[in-house]
Design a protein around this ligand. Sequence first.
Ligand code: UDP
Ligand code: MG
Length: 148
Amino acid sequence: MKERTLILIKPDAISKKLTGVILDRLLHLDLEMKGAKVREMTEELAREHYSNLAGKPFLPSVISFMRGDLNGITDHRVYAFVFEGEDAISKVRAALGATDPAKADPWTIRGAFGCFKDGVMQNCVHASGCKEDAEREISLWFNPGEVL
Ligand code: UDP
Ligand code: MG
């Protein structure tokens, strides 16, 4: 089924100069890039993006990681993309691997480049987990005219 997914390259990956290698892997999935932007990860945006984690004890650390602060990164920009195609959500999630990089297969993006550090699964990339999340996240990150 043709569907859309939201992808975020997180500040840890940007600071490690992994943007190119991550995008290269994602572009090989034969999906179409429909939207791309640079956006500041404000505390408010991070909370909204991870509204499903509200109340979890690790949420403050995750937000600090998503802004870069946890790793001393003062640049709060993230790179956001909308990819579209057949089974886009599951294809991208498979390329990412498990949430915890320590458990992710070593050939996946998270397995290859992520780590578990300071109580957070520092996993380089976000991708939507299901169709409902994807549509909610795309409208949070992109204005309608920005997704072509
Ligand atoms: N996370 C974490 N510890 C946990 C659960 C989540 O550090 O026990 C972080 C991790 O960075 C993850 C993000 O919170 O990517 C969002 O969690 P989710 O369960 O949605 O995982 P994902 O969809 O990113 O695989
Ligand atoms: Mg998720």
